[in-house]
Design a protein. Structure first.
Lengths: 259, 259
DNA sequence: AGTATCGGTTCATTATTTGAACCATTGGTT
DNA sequence: AACCAATGGTTCAAATAATGAACCGATACT
């Protein structure tokens, strides 16, 4: 691992639950030498990727990432395009919708929309890591990812998030086959209890899966009829999003399913 | 300059006008050795900061920056807070508004809002570099920045963007004094001809200037009365934004100006 | 007074980065 | 078809930068 990768890997320790990290904590988290962490953080700070909080001297993400994200969006406007699609989809279904993107081997939630229709909603955060086997989005991605990638995920230990999480690799492979048939993944309470979510894959220009579009609703609200409606709406929205970002579904993706 | 800074400095060559860069171009732009650039870009790619376009092999910003930006916003929600302020301000003034933030020694536009009131509007891009001496935002920042910083900017060569750009450091110092008095900066056609813009500084938690909030309008539309209205609205909006992001104006900032 | 944190610093040792030169391909010119 | 000038990518000895154990001063708690 080069020095640059090491420095950038430090950025991965910042999450919603841990937005600021002190030098000693970061040293422990990363397992690197304190002097090394200190110097790397200094360089990240010079470049604006990191800044130090005013009170204590703990580190947090800096303003430079905003500039880069704005440029990325200008070049590849996935998020801005997705916002419209998410909004329309949440209005159509009356439920919370969200988009997640594959970043390296990690699936991250990146954008979401709520519907005002119901008082109870599934709440979402952006930049959260999604479980592959526990979420509909994760299953949708696995079903259409390269087989080696899916196998790597499935052969690693699969944590049990709730009582309903499916953790048997064999059972999941069966699920994935069904998803490949229908084009829509489903998960009931696999990550958070009482959350019923549906998801479809989103494809990039080379017809490879780049993420997933999902609808998440309180489980008690979802009848079979509603599930079918959501699935149909998702398939349409997924195809729209894939097309608008200049992507293309692979030939084997069930294009005409559910009118 | 450490290896990490070198790698990150490569990211700075990506702009709106140049969203994709090939290896050879990047080598020329950066002045580094080709092998060095190649290896650094490889590391940035592994971390998801860079990805390679499908067709040719040129580089562009990767999806990882989106995740970091979402986390930064969760920790320090300047952009999301500013969007409301910008929207209200553009509705109130009927003109285009934008927020720019100081990143290192560079001032970048990062968020904007349009008003539907007029058919002709000043158009904005996010993640564009703003001139200090040619824009109202730049002047607002200079007026309230550390004196050494302002002097560094003013003693460097000041490019003439339009026929109306003020490029004499002495004249600019006089302007800055006036801005410190009124709290509002103004520039007519200093960066783009026919654009009349007003701007106020935005302050961080340590009462240091972190950016500027601006209103930009076609010069022909701005009468003295309208300029006064815009200035008043800007002062109010600037104070709101500074407060909402947990910032504080310095004691010498004209707080009560224009009720 | 003692001790266990914390952020930050030092400097000889070590390992990584560097760059000139080299390949293989592609696309345009003669 | 031969040539030239690009491109992205690769090699390896030499130069440089990264590393880590130990140390410092400050703060807070026992």
């Amino acid at each position: 691992m080069g020095t640059v990768s090491k420095a950038l890997s430090l950025l991965a320790y910042f999450t919603h639950g841990r937005p600021e990290i002190g030098l000693s904590d970061l040293t422990r988290l990363s397992g690197m030498n304190k002097a090394t962490v200190y110097r790397l953080m200094g360089e990240l700070q010079e470049s604006g990727f990191i800044e130090q909080a005013d009170g204590d001297r703990s580190y947090r993400l800096g303003p430079e990432v905003l500039r880069l994200a704005a440029l990325r969006e200008a070049a590849v406007p996935i998020l801005s395009v997705s916002r419209r699609v998410l909004k329309d989809l949440s209005e159509e279904t009356g439920e919370t919708t969200h988009l997640s993107l594959l970043q390296g081997s990690q699936l991250n939630s990146l954008s979401h929309a709520y519907s005002p229709r119901h008082a109870t909603r599934v709440m979402m955060d952006d930049a959260e890591v999604l479980s592959y086997h526990g979420t509909a989005s994760g299953l949708a991605v696995l079903a259409f990812a390269e087989p080696e990638f899916s196998e790597t995920i499935l052969t690693a230990p699969l944590p049990r998030h709730t009582a309903d999480t499916v953790t048997d690799p064999g059972a999941i492979r069966t699920l994935l086959d069904a998803i490949r048939q229908s084009g829509v993944a489903q998960s009931v309470g696999g990550f958070e209890a009482e959350v019923h979510s549906h998801a479809v894959p989103v494809f990039g220009p080379d017809a490879r899966v780049i993420g997933a579009l999902a609808v998440a609703a309180p489980a008690s609200r979802i009848s079979d009829a509603q599930a079918a409606e959501i699935a149909a709406a998702l398939l349409r929205a997924g195809q729209t999003l894939t097309r608008r970002i200049g992507g293309a579904a692979p030939a084997h993706y069930p294009q005409q399913a559910a009118a």
